[in-house]
Ligand binder design. Structure first.
Ligand SMILES: [Zn+2]
Ligand SMILES: [Zn+2]
Length: 459
């Protein structure tokens, strides 16, 4: 896309968001009720008893308003596996889950390891228009773990890649990991590691422990994750570069990250909703919907992960939304694909695991699901060449005048059973199917334009 085309599409998006919205009586981050006025893609006014001539009015009584959620870890599967998900279906699912920005992982076919592929994904996201799509670039060419991909070219591309990951694979070669950290340091990039020592997990099917012994399936030891995290924290410190740890799943990993942070090292981490709520006991059913990488762990691990997100050791929740076509998932455990969908249930699961348990308040949820992931992905407007533009990709800002009108309205009093048939994702592999969860996303706004209204896609 040339720069003149980019400008004209920005003008179009500004016209689309030209509608004025008056949202009455919502509670920003669970605080006191207020009205919000959205004009031209921004929040222009907050306060009691506001009026706005010609505005669309939305009654937000009883609803919590959060800044639009930001996911650091989404698999959109396009290009290559459009039978499992496309950028369009995946971003529709994201909008229904309250997200206004997602980071699309690089393990597509072809792999997102060049400027051409990341720009293709970025462009598909803009065309879909349901949320901002930030491509993650591969660390190594073809995810093969042997030589670095074109990191600089991806960073300089229109997609402005800032996070690089071989997710699905671990960058297990210590020298290559060091080189990647050194390379991205020059432009303030981040290496997001899928921490899994491959020699310790060859053929592994689920968490190594009582359940794996009972079921006779090859176990996946916690140390396979923890050893890589410890090594990478040391490498990041040595190089002075930024490491992000994907989907932390064990109590030991939380301890290592807490230690690394106490040293002041540039280490951030995420946890998935499913690791905050589910345990390996579910594998007793042999239902492959519970097969995921990293695996579901023990109740003690879940407790440690919740404590880690509560005290900020783990920076954020990231979905690791991993849609799979039915033929890859609805099969025997040993041959089924790893992964679960998560975009449409993430906020509700965090509500159940963290808010209903009293471990986190709504301001904490806004921080862990919007502000902090936006900062890690450099979407918080604090720097970068997009920051000066009024239509820059800025997310995670508090809901106050001047902030982009990226927000989600959420009904905390709702409760319902998760029905995957209602999901917009192309795939149905949610482990929460049939489970009653609290809450419901009522509306999502992207730069002042509703993507979801009354709990349904707005278009
Ligand atoms: Zn992963
Ligand atoms: Zn992943």
């Amino acid at each position: 896309m040339t720069s003149s085309q980019l400008t004209s599409s920005q003008v179009t998006s500004s016209q689309l968001s030209g509608q004025t919205w008056l949202i009455k009586g919502v509670q920003p981050a669970g605080g006191p009720a207020t009205d919000l006025i959205l004009v031209g893609g921004r929040i222009t006014e907050t306060g009691q008893g506001l009026t706005a001539t010609g505005a669309q009015v939305l009654d937000g009584t009883g609803l919590i308003a959060l800044p639009g959620l930001v996911d650091l870890h989404t698999h959109l599967r396009e290009p290559g596996r459009e039978d499992a998900e496309t950028v369009l279906t995946g971003t529709r699912a994201a909008a229904l889950g309250g997200f206004t920005a997602v980071h699309a992982m690089a393990n597509t076919e072809p792999v997102a390891d060049t400027a051409g592929v990341v720009e293709q994904i970025w462009r598909l996201g803009r065309q879909a228009g349901f949320c901002d799509v930030r491509p993650v670039g591969a660390v190594t060419a073809g995810l093969e773990g042997s030589r670095l991909a074109e990191l600089g070219a991806m960073a300089d591309s229109a997609a402005q890649v800032r996070i690089f990951s071989d997710d699905g694979h671990c960058v297990s070669d210590a020298l290559l990991m060091r080189r990647a950290l050194e390379y991205v340091k020059a432009f303030g990039g981040v290496i997001a590691q899928h921490a899994q020592e491959p020699r310790l997990t060859d053929g592994a099917q689920l968490n190594e422990g009582e359940m794996s012994g009972l079921l006779g399936l090859a176990g996946w030891p916690a140390v396979a994750e923890e050893a890589i995290i410890a090594r990478d924290c040391l490498l990041a410190a040595h190089v002075g570069s930024a490491l992000h740890v994907c989907h932390v799943s064990t109590a030991g990993s939380v301890e290592i990250i807490r230690w690394a942070k106490s040293k002041g090292w540039r280490v951030t981490a995420e946890v998935t909703p499913h690791h905050l709520l589910l345990t390996d006991e579910l594998a007793a059913s042999y239902n492959p919907v519970y097969k995921v990488n990293p695996p579901l762990r023990t109740p003690a691990d879940v407790d440690a992960l919740r404590a880690g997100i509560a005290d900020g050791t783990i920076d954020c929740v990231a979905t690791d939304h991993a849609p799979h076509a039915a033929e890859d998932k609805e099969t025997e455990w040993q041959v089924a694909a790893f992964g679960m969908t998560g975009l449409e249930t993430a906020l509700r699961v965090v509500h159940a695991a963290m808010v209903e348990t009293g471990l986190l308040d709504w301001a904490g949820v806004a921080d862990r699901m919007s502000a902090r992931p936006a900062a890690i992905g450099q979407l918080d407007g604090s720097g970068g060449r997009g920051a000066a533009s009024p239509f820059a990709l800025v997310h995670g800002r508090p809901l106050e005048p001047g902030s982009p009108a990226n927000l989600v309205l959420y009904d905390p009093a709702a409760r319902s059973v998760v029905d995957p048939a209602q999901h917009a994702s192309q795939s149905r592999n949610t482990p929460f199917a049939g489970m009653e969860l609290p809450g419901q996303v009522i509306a999502t706004f992207l730069r002042g334009e509703p993507t979801v209204l009354d709990g349904k896609l707005a278009r």
